[in-house]
Design a protein around this ligand. Sequence first.
Ligand code: XIL
Length: 365
Amino acid sequence: MTSIKIPYAVLLAICTLLLLSCEKKAQTLAEAYADQFLIGAAVTAGDYQSQPFWKMYDEELIGNFNLLVLENGMKPEAVYSRMGVDSYNYKFGDLVADYAQARGMSMRGHVLIWHAQSPAALMKPQEGREASRASMKEYITAYVGHYRGKVHYWDVVNEAISDDWSDTYRTSSGWFKAYGSPDYITDAFTFARAADPDAKLYYVDYNVCESGKRERIVTMLNELGLVEKGLIDGIGIQGHWNLEWPSIAELQETIDTFSAMGLDIQITELDIDCYNGDPSVPEMAYTPELEKALADRYQELFSCFRRNSDHISAVVFWGIADDHTWLHKISAGRPLPSPRTNYPLLFDMKEKPKKAYYTVRDFRD
Ligand code: XIL
């Protein structure tokens, strides 16, 4: 009997090919990005008459994410009560923290110090710096202390920078008014650091990829010395973007700017406005062209995130599926006169994965 001799190198090549074709394809976003960064989503927990997310979505879908943040339920107006420390409303945060802990998911805390959705009774804009400072200290100490070991990343200060060149800071904020200076930002980070030395602390803003806003954030970081004092760990870039803006070059420049300062980066509120920030565009159908444009946009964004995965620790979507997104009612940060269906996320109205989902999950770099 004649035996066929297969050269060793050919055999090795065949085995490698076989192994590669058997390699398990990632089933979830979290799995696909396990070596790069966390994949998060903003969720609801019954706050503001919302449906709790675990009743809206099945476990399999939620399993795409390994980090959770509350869309509204941990904001100052939801948590703060003027009745005193014992009566802070931790209900919604606790529900999500317990859910996350039971499944080994990480959690972001959104948000401690912000000008919006924050009661005057907490900020005390009319009562001066000392009263405001004492109020902030009590609030942050109790709140961050309550979530010690459960919330891993805090949005300590949100949107404190002016939208135009006339000022560095948002001087209309209740906190700025009370202090008469941006020192409230330093205080917030100081109190949060003391309340949970293991949590990672972020400054967060929108339009960060716009050069002027970005430069003003850098000015703030330098003026207050937050990096040198070891008070801040990273920058949260709200990803309220659209099909055209920001360009990948602007995004890259932003990542380069903050990572060069030794800061971690998280994309904290990612959703793609299919109307490109224009409130006058009438409602569009979700056409195959739009489906493709959205998939291409997510493709270029995520390949940029992957190239920069050494500097990015999380990418967080502002919602799970298109059936629940603030963008049905908002355009460029302002309320629309009447709701308009938008298609910003990776899952559709029926909670099925869109083409964009597969381009993000099944990447080949
Ligand atoms: C939005 C929520 O999505 C809405 O439900 C709410 O009505 C207003 O706030 N920047 C932030 C988020 O930091 O807290 C905002 O969330 C979106 C803009």
